[in-house]
Every structure is written in C-alpha cells, then in structure tokens.
Design a protein around this ligand. Structure first.
Ligand SMILES: *Cc1c(COP(=O)(O)O)cnc(C)c1O
Ligand code: SF4
Length: 445
C-alpha cells in the first residue's frame, strides 16, 4: 500500500468526498484553515464509514467539524474566506483565532528542558525522574492529524520554539550522565513517521555505548492506528523491525506506546498483521488514548477496545483526559463523566485488561488520576492521586478536591475540607519558580 496524504489543498481528490453535505465541506474549509488537517488513504478507505458520517468516530477524529470552533470564530473565518482569497488575510485571521485557543497549555515547551554543561537540550524534556522524553527533529509530524491534538500549534507552524533535537549524541551523553534515567521515550509528532535509517541514527548510538542505567526504549506512536503498513509493507518495514530486534537483543525493553482512540482502529487486517510482526520480534505494545466526546465517550467502546487490544497481545496502559487547548469544547468530557466511563468499562473486563490506569490529566505538577467521586462527612469530593509527579514523593498519595459537576480539568478544582492548597502546591510552586521566567509564575494547570 502506497501512502497518499490528504490535506486542505487536495482532500477534494478523495473519491468518497462526494458523500459530504455542503455544510460538511464548508466546515472542512473554515475549520481546516485554522486547525491542522491531514489524513491518508488508509484512514479514508479502511477506517471511516462513509455511509454513516454523522456518527462516525474516525471521520470526526481526522476531519475538521463545525463544532470545533466557537460560532464567533467560525463566522469570522467564514466571512474572510467568502470575501478574500488573499493568503495573508486568511492567515492573519487564522492566527488571531489560534491565539485565542490556548495554544500552549501547561507550558510544555519552556519547562523541564534539561541541560548539559549549561547548554539547554531543546529536543528533550525531563520531568519525571526515570524517563527522558526525546523529540527527534525528523519526527515532528504525523501520518494523519487528530483533531483534538494538543500539539496542533506545531503542525500549523506556530511554534518557533519547536523541540528540534540536533544530535542523538547529546541524548546519549545526557542519559549516561543522569544515572537515575531508566527510560527514553521517543515522541513527536510521531517518531514512526521517520524512515528506519533515520530512526536508527538516533537508536544505534544508544546501543553502541554502555549505558547501564538504560533499560527501556519507548516509542509513542499513532502509526498502528493511522498507518500500520509502516511495519508490514512499507519499503523500510523490515529494516525497522530489525532495528527493534537489535534493541531487544541488547537486553533492553522496547515498548511501543500505541495510541488507539477507537476499536475500529484494531479491526483491519493491516493493523493485526502489524501487531503480529512487532510482537514476533519481541516488541511490547502498550496502548493509550484520551477520552473524547463524539469519539469514545461510552464505557462499551472502552471495554471493547481494551478487550480487543488484549486479544491482540497489547497491554492497556492509560486513559487520558484531553488537554484544555484547541477544539477542547468539542471534545471535553467532565471529570466525573470520564471517571464513570472508566469505572463502568473497567467493571466489564477481566483482570488482564485492568492494567490500564486513568482517567488521568497531565498537569504541570504531575499526572493526576481521578479515582472517583465520594462523600466524606457530608461533603461531596473528588478523590485524586498522582500517577507521576515532579517530586516522586507525591506519587500514590490520595488527595481531595471539592466536587464540581462541570470541572473538566485540574485548574477547575479546589481543595476540599477548607484546605487552602493541595498538599503538593507549595513545594510545586517552589520547584516551578526555580525553572521558569517571572512572567509565567501564575500558570498553574
Ligand atoms: C507520561 C509522561 C512520562 C511517562 O510516564 P510513565 O508513567 O512512566 O508512563 C514521562 N514524561 C512526561 C513528561 C510524561 O507526561
Ligand atoms: S498522532 Fe499524536 S501527535 Fe499526531 S496528531 Fe494525533 S495525537 Fe497529535
């Protein structure tokens, strides 16, 4: 299968596009000029059900929808498009709207950038003790774009401060010097957009050196969902598998952190074959996704997805709560509902699927899991705990927030029981202020 990508400039060539209503094509044009849009022939031909577009999760996951912009933003963009074909004018309106969509939640870019000998390593992020995130400069795009993605600013060219790793050798040096690091997590974009040769240029230096603390290489990718041929029939599929095999032969754990948002993505022959080949060389596959309105906001979808994953020998890992950015209003699920979806899905599956944790918010202090809603001495509360924390001592301590039926993110929550602050806040502020510029101090998320 040969990859054919589609974006705003050529999506009209998709044969099935004639099934769209005028309102749907208008939405693609209007929203697609603001938020990134990219899909491909696999998603179009094998995942989307073109006869049920109104309800189709994969269509909504990859094609811009009207509800992804506020009415006001939508109308403003529509007016510009109707009256002008001037690219600068269109881009200016797009940028005005983009800036109102909270393009940089949680300051992912600025914080947690590690240093060697006083030099900032811009292609890396080191937030939790054991795991370094690495953003290879060649892996900053994806096979198709998810409409909820918090990385959207980098895909529309808004990020001047793009994580761009110049050298794999700096990564190797950093991990060697920081012996608390056991895991390197390759992320992006999608590192599996890279050709095997290029990916090998990042991996091989790690294998050639003795780094006794390094134990796991993880690859965060949506390739199994959006382009499984990466591991089956692409020119370099075999070469990629041989590279994975080298990692495993070296005694390292190789984990693919596979992003699957819906069971449909697990049902094609192509994805089954890809998983089988990866498992065949000893790659572990762990799965994760955010919980998203219009896409997967029901317990049945999640239990079905976890069960199918386990049947394909994948390990359910995280259910995330989507970040407060971009088309957030379209996708947001209130925290209580996210927990109900998790709980009901978890009840439907046996223990082999219950390796999954969530629902979890990736906030500035750490990953916060919503354990549930409870009542303590007459006060309704959220019970929370950290799955990951900037300070490892915060992890796995339960804490409480006032119940709020409309809360969708950590910054909507306040401590319960007349407490002024969450238990970690004072220390977090201190850690945070160490790391960031003065003008960002009030950012807490
Ligand atoms: C989630 C995450 C990790 C990995 O955490 P695990 O719980 O080990 O999967 C590492 N770094 C950052 C910044 C993360 O958000
Ligand atoms: S595959 Fe991942 S990085 Fe790429 S658009 Fe989807 S969520 Fe974002």
């Amino acid at each position: 299968m040969k990859l054919q990508s589609y974006a705003l400039h050529n999506y009209r060539k998709i044969a099935q596009i004639e099934k769209l209503s005028p309102a749907q094509t208008e939405a693609i044009e209007v929203v697609g000029n603001v938020l990134p849009f990219k899909t491909n022939n696999y998603v179009v031909d094998e995942l989307i059900d073109w006869d049920n577009l109104e309800n189709d999760p994969m269509f909504k996951l990859t094609f811009p929808q009207k509800g992804m912009l506020s009415e006001e933003h939508y109308e403003s963009m529509k007016i510009v498009l109707n009256h002008s074909s001037n690219r600068d004018e269109i881009r200016n309106m797009a940028n005005i709207i983009r800036n109102e969509l909270n393009p940089h939640p949680a300051g992912q870019m600025e914080h947690n950038v590690p240093e060697i000998n006083g030099e900032k390593l811009m292609g890396m992020q080191h937030k939790y003790k054991e795991t370094v995130l690495f953003f290879p400069s060649q892996g900053q795009t994806c096979h198709a774009y998810c409409t909820f993605c918090f990385r959207w600013p980098q895909f529309v060219g808004m990020d001047e401060l793009k994580f761009a790793a110049k050298e794999a050798s700096l990564l190797q040096e950093y991990v060697q010097k920081n012996t608390q690091v056991t895991d390197i997590l390759f992320t992006g974009g999608d590192p599996m957009i890279m050709k095997a040769k290029i990916f090998a240029s990042y991996i091989d230096p790690l294998l050639e050196t003795e780094i006794s603390n390094l134990q796991t290489i993880r690859i965060g990718t949506k390739a199994l969902g959006y382009w499984p041929y990466k591991f089956t029939s692409d020119d370099d599929a075999d070469e990629m598998l041989r590279l994975f095999e080298r990692v495993i032969k070296k005694g390292l754990n190789l984990s693919i952190m596979a992003h699957f948002s819906h069971p449909v993505e697990l049902e094609t022959e192509a994805v089954k074959e890809a998983i089988k080949r990866l498992r065949g060389v000893g790659v572990q596959i762990r799965t994760q996704s955010p919980v998203l309105k219009h896409i997967n906001d029901s317990p049945e979808i999640w239990s079905d997805m976890w069960r199918k994953q386990v049947n394909l020998n994948c390990i359910p890992y995280y259910m995330f709560i989507p970040r407060d950015t971009g088309a957030q209003d379209y996708f947001a699920v209130p925290l209580e509902e996210a927990w109900q979806i998790f709980r009901k899905a978890y009840q439907k599956v046996s223990g082999v699927c219950r390796t999954v944790r969530g629902p979890s918010m990736s906030c500035t202090p750490g990953k916060v899991q919503v354990l549930g809603v409870s009542e303590i001495r007459g006060e309704k509360v959220f019970v929370l705990r950290m799955l990951q924390g900037r300070n490892p001592d915060w992890v796995a301590r339960p804490f409480f927030a006032k119940y709020d039926a409309t809360a969708i993110w950590m910054d909507n929550l306040e401590p319960a029981f007349e407490e002024e602050r969450f238990f970690f806040e004072e220390e977090h502020e201190w850690l945070f202020n160490e790391a960031v510029n003065e003008h960002e101090r009030d950012v807490f998320e």
